[in-house]
Structures are given as structure tokens and as C-alpha cells.
Ligand binder design. Structure first.
Ligand code: FNR
Length: 395
């Protein structure tokens, strides 16, 4: 367990994770598609938004509580769906969900999770759980998963639509990593260099594959088979009509993850869905995709107030989160920082990350002269290329 007193931010958590994880697994988390320009741009855009603080305000009493998808949350954040977590720490999904429950924020389980929908629900009966759906060719698989998430009381379904093409992540190709690791002499050496991970993850916990997928596609049983199924069975035909069909089946909140354009956000709204997660998948899929933060002002202008707008990709700090809230997002999902945190320290690591993030959000609010998150607005930020009087979208 790392000394949390010395871990002050996501980058510190990454360093702690790097000491625990074999290099190809760390590369899988860190990496993006092709030249990784999207990954870098996702961070760079935050520097093009500056705050316009107000200081003569009584901020003695503050609250960072928020409303996410119509329900109260202790902070305007949740944890993004991530597959492959079983490679990072034993029972990683459970650790994340427990930390989220204790912190009063939602946790989103991925289709590629290593724990079943029902087992997670039973383990954290009081947690607020969302489910992320990858749509496969076989409707029996999709329908079965959706029904089970509904029966288990997951309160939102987030259908990811930006992963229909197989991404070209060159670090993983070089490392021979596709949720399972090729047994090359180099990889064996790099794995043996992390004996604690070998003991915890490979020997004691084992790699569970994707049980939710395997329950409906027996040919996807086991780690390697699940990965192969995943790659071979993506649906590339998911469109607005199919979204409408999903809307008829799923009773809870329905969101589409991967939307960046205002016109597509409007289509999602018109299809009867409740919201979007603006995302470029953390730069892991389309290299050169705009950062969601860049697209947020125009999307918020087009649909703001009529649908839930969550956002992710590149968020590492409370200040990043507050910038997105000021530009019109309802909440932010944390991706890689949570992956580093769970590898660095399991549930305690994730709890530490959430604590740091909450503290930074609170401090930023106070500096801006706000006492609640719903006081944030475009007036609190200065966009690059805009003078204070003409604060137009277009970072
Ligand atoms: C992801 N992401 C993801 N998204 C999704 O819809 N389903 C999934 O199974 C996964 N799996 C996954 C694994 C790993 C290791 C990472 C890092 C990411 C994308 C994720 O939900 C989110 O969009 C990004 O992680 C956000 O970017 P940052 O915060 O990581 O920069």
C-alpha cells in the first residue's frame, strides 16, 4: 500500500501504479490511438480555459453536492466505465464501486467487466450503479444484458457508440496486449519484474474474462475467448433507429457515450434518450478527435437544459471539472485516474483519489466566489481567443 500522505494528485497515483503494474498493462491504461494526439490534446485544452474569479463574496459555507441524472450525488463526478480492470488489481470493479458508494457518487460498470452484473449489485446493495453497454452483432446478447441490468436495479444505461471500429493502439500492438498478454520472452521478463502483481492478480485472483458477455455468448468464456469475441462481434450498424428501440426497452435513464457534435446530441434527444456522455474515449479510438471540452459550449447551447450532459476525457484535477461545469456539463466521469488509483491501492486508492478531487473542486469553487456548483456559469471562464466582454464558444 503506498503512503497516501505523499500522494497529492492523479500523476502521483500513476507513479504508484507504475511501481505495481507490468509495463504492458500500464501502457494499456496510458495509451491512445495512433500518434496519441487526442490524448495530448485532451489535456492541452484545459490550459486554454482560464478562470474569472470573484473574491468579495462570503464563501465560508460551501457545498459541492450535485444532481446527476436527476438524483443527488455528493459531488459532480462519477467513475467512467473501464474494461480490463481485472488486469489492474484483484476485484477492481468491486473496489471502485465500494469507494464510490462510500463517497456518495455513481459507479459505471463496463460490458467488459470481470464481475457479473448481479454479483456487483449484491456486494454493494446501497451503491448507485450505472451500466455501460457495448452493442454486439447478436441481439440475444444485447437484450439479455440489458434485461439483467434492469432487473438488478442499475439506474442508468450508457450505450457507447464510439468504439464500433477496432481502435489502432500501437503500444498494445507492440506489446502483444489485447486484454491478454502474448507470452513473449520480453513480456515474461516484464511481468516477472512485478512479483506483487503476479501474486495478487495472476495467482490469487486470476483473470476472470467477461462474465456478463459469456452468460449470453458461451463462446466468449474465459479471458482469451472473451477478447476474441469482443473484437469479432462489434456492431457497426447501431444507428438512431436502434437507439429508439433500446429506448423502448430500457426503463431507466438512457445516455449515449461518445457524442461530440451538437447535431448528434440533438438526434439523441429526439430519439428519446435522456442524455449524452461527451467523450473521445480518452483519445483511445479516433486519433485527432476534438477534445470533448472543445465541443462542450456548442453542445450545451444546442441541448443544454433539455438533456443530461456528462463529459469525460482528460480530466485530472478539480479545476478541470469546474471548467466543464462552468461551460455547461452536469457532471464529469473520471477514467484513467481511477485505473491508476485502483492499481496503486485498491479501494483505499480510489477513495483517496475521490477525496483529493472533491477537495480540489471545493477549493476552486471558493476561489471563484461560488458556494454551490449550480452557481457556476460561463461568466466564470475566459476562453482562448475571447476577450472578457465577448466570451464566445470556440476554444
Ligand atoms: C476505457 N474506456 C471505456 N469506455 C467504455 O465505454 N467502455 C469500456 O469498457 C472502456 N474501457 C476502458 C478501459 C481503460 C483502461 C480506459 C483508460 C478507458 C473509456 C473511459 O470510459 C473514458 O471515456 C476515458 O477513460 C476518459 O478519458 P480519461 O479520463 O481516461 O482521460
Amino acid at each position: 500500500m503506498p503512503n497516501f500522505a505523499k500522494i497529492h494528485n492523479a500523476e502521483d497515483l500513476r507513479r504508484a501504479a507504475a511501481a505495481y503494474l507490468p509495463a504492458p498493462i500500464l501502457d494499456f491504461i496510458d495509451g491512445g490511438a495512433e500518434d496519441e494526439t487526442s490524448v495530448r490534446n485532451n489535456r492541452a485544452v484545459f490550459e486554454r480555459v482560464r478562470f474569472r474569479p470573484r473574491t468579495l463574496v462570503d464563501v465560508e459555507t460551501r457545498s459541492i453536492a450535485a444532481t446527476l441524472l436527476g438524483k443527488p450525488a455528493a459531488a459532480p463526478i462519477g467513475i467512467a466505465p473501464m474494461g480490463g480492470l481485472s488486469n489492474f488489481a484483484p476485484a477492481a470493479e468491486l473496489a471502485m464501486a465500494r469507494a464510490c458508494e462510500a463517497a456518495g457518487i455513481p459507479y459505471c460498470l463496463s460490458t467488459a467487466a470481470g464481475i457479473s452484473i448481479e454479483d456487483l449489485r449484491r456486494a454493494v446493495p446501497g451503491a448507485r450503479l450505472w451500466y455501460q453497454l457495448y452493442v454486439f452483432q447478436d441481439d440475444a446478447v444485447n437484450d439479455g444484458i440489458v434485461r439483467r441490468a434492469q432487473d438488478a436495479g442499475y439506474d442508468a444505461m450508457i450505450v457507447t457508440t464510439d468504439t464500433h471500429m477496432g481502435p489502432k493502439r500501437e503500444r498494445d500492438r507492440r506489446n502483444g496486449f489485447a486484454l491478454t498478454l502474448e507470452r513473449s520472452p520480453r513480456n515474461v521478463a516484464r511481468v516477472l519484474a512485478r512479483p506483487r502483481w503476479v501474486w495478487d492478480v495472476l495467482i490469487r485472483a486470476g483473470l476472470p474474462g467477461m462474465p456478463n458477455l459469456a452468460a449470453h455468448a458461451p463462446e466468449a468464456t474465459g479471458n482469451l475467448a472473451a477478447t476474441k469475441y469482443f473484437i469479432a462481434n462489434r456492431r457497426r450498424a447501431f444507428d438512431v433507429a436502434q437507439l429508439r428501440a433500446l429506448r423502448r426497452v430500457w426503463k431507466g435513464k438512457l445516455l449515449v457515450k461518445g457524442v461530440l457534435r451538437a447535431d448528434e446530441a440533438v438526434q439523441v434527444l429526439e430519439a428519446g434518450a435522456d442524455g449524452i456522455v461527451m467523450s473521445n474515449h480518452g483519445g483511445r479510438n479516433l486519433d485527432g478527435a476534438a477534445a470533448p471540452l472543445q465541443m462542450l459550449p456548442e453542445v450545451a447551447d444546442a441541448v443544454g437544459g433539455r438533456m443530461h450532459v456528462l463529459i469525460d476525457s482528460g480530466f485530472r484535477r478539480g479545476t478541470d471539472i469546474v471548467k466543464a461545469l462552468a461551460l455547461g456539463a452536469e457532471g464529469v466521469l473520471l477514467g484513467r485516474p481511477a485505473a491508476y488509483a485502483v492499481a496503486a491501492g485498491g479501494e483505499a486508492g480510489v477513495a483517496h483519489l475521490i477525496g483529493l478531487t472533491k477537495d480540489e473542486i471545493d477549493r476552486t469553487l471558493g476561489y471563484l466566489g461560488c458556494t454551490t456548483v449550480d452557481q457556476l456559469g460561463r461568466d466564470h471562464v475566459l476562453l482562448d481567443h475571447a476577450s472578457p466582454g465577448r466570451n464566445e464558444p470556440g476554444l
